[in-house]
Design a protein around this ligand. Sequence first.
Ligand code: DQA
Length: 142
Amino acid sequence: MKILILNGPNLNLLGRREPDIYGNSSFEDFFSTLQFEFKQVELAYFQSNVEGEIINELHRAQQNNYHGIVMNPAAYTHTSVAIADAVAAIDIPVVEVHISNVMDREEIRHISLISKKAMGTISGFGLDSYRLGIQSFLNLKP
Ligand code: DQA
């Protein structure tokens, strides 16, 4: 099974960015842990701060035959019609994940333009949200 983890803006700063909310681990370190924990999954990782690059990567995922995408669109969750359209446009299921519990934060973060197009949303479990996202694809396997 091939799964792409797709991270949006500012998530390249994980570990240094607001650690009280997002924790102390860099995503690169965490990604190595995921690769170790999910040896049966071919995991790939892409991060961009640029909306169009995230859209291009969603399109590429379709060409590269990924079975699923675990996506943290970060702040674009709340603003990007274009990313929501790209999620709807591809045939690959997308699980939306958030490190923090967005429903327990500012009102702007209660809105997700992505959720409606996603297979499901996991929010508030710290970096475990990604683990749960990957596991949700494994649970679907016949
Ligand atoms: C986030 C929540 C978003 O509101 C925020 O803009 C982020 C990270 C999270 O993982 O908790 O950058 O997606």
